[in-house]
Design a protein. Structure first.
Length: 309
């Protein structure tokens, strides 16, 4: 699985409404150039490392937190989060589970570089069908991965079945869509990003509709936990707040994000919004993202926890 571009949830692992962070899901991974997408996903996840670290530490310090010896990162993308989890849970083996070999290779390279190769391993598996091959765990981390599985309740039940007693599932689902620009950027109609959100939500719905065995679920994650025998343990959101002026790395991320959205959503947008996206992604335009001083990155990711008795 991987993290993508235009589904509308923040892909966090790059899987997600807006795929952004490191795990990438797509309709057909074979169509993607992973030499290009891999570094993008890695950089996206690195920008959000603070959010993920804060969330992992929250899990680690809960009053009855499990003794975490084995972690599954489901839909792990390029391994940024898997390595981060290995650092937050220093006694744990972390297994990065993904369906894209090129991303698992990046995970292994990263773990080696960080001195974590003895504790971060990889498993190539098509999800959710091959989930059982991942083995049992004390913590299952699913970052914007569940919504890429047609029958989310059945997939969650599969997670629950792998948990050891006292173990936790951490779902990253929902939150708030990223914002990068003022409402009025000085040209085109104000409110561009809100309109892009509407289009991306349509694309996301189509993605869900096209999944095998897809079933509609009310996205009440606490109720879904209960339905598969897990006890809801709370929900928290973590903010990524990078104010203007952005660092070069963050600016490059925003430019790449807008370029992907222009490529992926352009045919669904009207001529004026298409032209605005063209200007924003033009390196030579003084009002474009390469030169603007008012570009920022603000978003929230929401984590939902469920525990096995």
């Amino acid at each position: 699985m991987s993290n993508d571009t235009g589904h509308g949830h923040h892909h966090d692992n790059s899987h997600g409404h807006r795929h952004d962070s490191g795990h990438a899901h797509h309709h057909d991974p074979a169509d993607l150039d992973w030499d290009v997408m891999g570094p993008l996903l890695e950089r996206n996840a690195e920008l959000s490392a603070g959010q993920y670290t804060e969330a992992a530490r929250w899990i680690a310090t809960l009053p009855d937190a499990p003794n975490v010896r084995r972690v599954l990162d489901i839909g792990s993308g390029p391994g940024v989060i898997a390595c981060l989890l290995a650092e937050v849970f220093p006694q744990a083996e972390v297994v990065a589970v993904d369906g894209t070999p090129a991303l698992l290779e990046r995970t292994r390279d990263r773990a080696k570089r960080l001195g974590l190769a003895d504790r971060v391993t990889t498993l190539h598996a098509d999800l959710p069908g091959e989930l059982g091959r991942a083995g049992e765990a004390d913590l299952i981390w699913a970052g914007n991965a569940l919504h890429h599985m047609g029958d989310q309740r059945a997939a969650l039940a599969g997670f629950a079945g792998l948990l050891r007693p006292g173990g936790t599932v951490a779902l990253v689902e929902g939150g708030l869509q990223p914002r990068h620009l003022p409402r009025d950027i000085g040209f085109g109609r104000p409110g561009l990003e809100e309109r892009l959100d509407v289009v991306q939500a349509e694309v996301f719905e189509q993605m869900r509709a096209d999944l095998p065995d897809t079933k509609r679920e009310t996205e009440n994650w606490a109720a879904l936990f209960t339905s598969v025998g897990l006890d809801p343990q709370g929900t928290r959101s973590f903010l990524l707040d990078l104010p203007a002026p952005l660092s070069d790395v963050a600016r490059d991320h925003v430019i790449a994000d807008f370029a992907r959205r222009r490529a992926g959503l352009g045919e669904r947008l009207d001529a004026e919004d298409n032209a605005v996206l063209g200007r924003l992604t033009d390196p030579g335009d003084p009002a474009g993202l390469h030169r603007r001083t008012d570009t920022f990155l603000l978003m929230a990711r929401t984590f939902h926890l469920g525990r096995k008795a």
